[in-house]
Design a protein around this ligand. Sequence first.
Ligand SMILES: [Zn+2]
Length: 463
Amino acid sequence: MSDQTGTVRPVQGGRILVKGAHLLTQDPAIGDLVGDVLVEDGRISEVSQSIEVSGEVRVVDGSRKALLPGMIDTHRHAWQGAIRSLGPSWSYPQYRDHVQIGLGPYFEPEDVRIGNLAADLMALDAGITTVRDESHIMNSPEHSDAAIDAHWSSGIRCVFGHGWPSTEAESWQFGSDRHHPDDIRRVREQVLNDDTARVTLYAMLRGPELSTPEIACGDIATARELDLRISMHVGLGEWGVKQQAVRRLFGSGELGPDMTFIHCCTTTDEELRMMADHGATASVAAALEVFMPGLGQPATNRLLKAGIRPSLSVDVESAVSGDMFGVMRAALAYQQLLSAGVAGGMDTGKDLPTFDAADLLSFATIEGARACGIDDRTGSISPGKEADLILMSLSDPNLLPANDVASALVTGAHAGNVEMVMVAGRILKSEGRISGAEDIVDAAAASSRRVHRAAGLQIPTSD
Ligand SMILES: [Zn+2]
């Protein structure tokens, strides 16, 4: 825990009863209903049409509001939370040159801590209660510790991906012959060894797409020895087509249900079926993939055809907005192109299944929990799960009349409609406000100036 500048202050925990809300539970045994949810000791204890309780309880009026499980972003490079919106029209090589190679080496541990806090703050504000932080800024053990410390401070649920450094960034990707940093052992043994905690560890590996087959094999063995789940970026533009990482993992017998594959834009249909057959999960960063040329197009529909319901992710806030509403809308926009027959090369002329607003909400919640291996704890409004919940106002002008709640949220919602956010029963956003946010905003602005100056790069301005 940290008592430094930038700690989100929870409003209240305790016993909470939400009454009369539209419940989009994401639990097929319960379904959607207008009803009540009782939270006790940080967990959902009861879900029903009407709950009466005696004793001390905070009652939250849910009328004309929707209660959902908190959204789960399964892939965000949170360290970039304070260098937002640098390149909305960047190509993938431009992003790599500017951020990973240009700015990354100049991040001090404190910049990583502030960046992560800013990312968590934005996420919580927009109703994201779990972030999987793909942290490829492990420039030193102090960087790792600062990154993790921020997630404890913010109050968010975090699945922390120990990645590689941004120093000498080019040597760590695209054919790298360097093994994953050994500090992951220290982090596992001394920092994040409790897999039931609010912040848990997994291994963000480069796999056979970004490192040599021998290195990939060794890194996977290390992760499994440490009993860590694994993520990999695959299907990245032409490089993905050339490397066929999933096929290689299938061939070496390493493909498994502990793996989440991120992007999959140019992963072949056959590889997607291999993933499905082995219980692997996927993360589609639809907004980033649509906005940033060079990666390929969102694989949402092809994944569905292969039998995988994907999770969704933001990726980098240096190029796209950090909320899941934009990600859901980008996925829909691309599906429309696909239906119109003007989609990208991997999809053209194929008979692909489609998805709707309700599907997108499930991708953003329960499927995210599955991809992180935490669906026994979060991702749906189910009795016994930890109370990661968001309350959305349906009477705001931009959402009226909200006859179909899922469609209204996917079509029109933004962070301003998120009225209350709760993680494990602790209310972090209340009446539309996060307490403690101001300090983080100021620190983020200072950090952005510092890293740009240190890197000798101009801070973008409107002038
Ligand atoms: Zn990424």
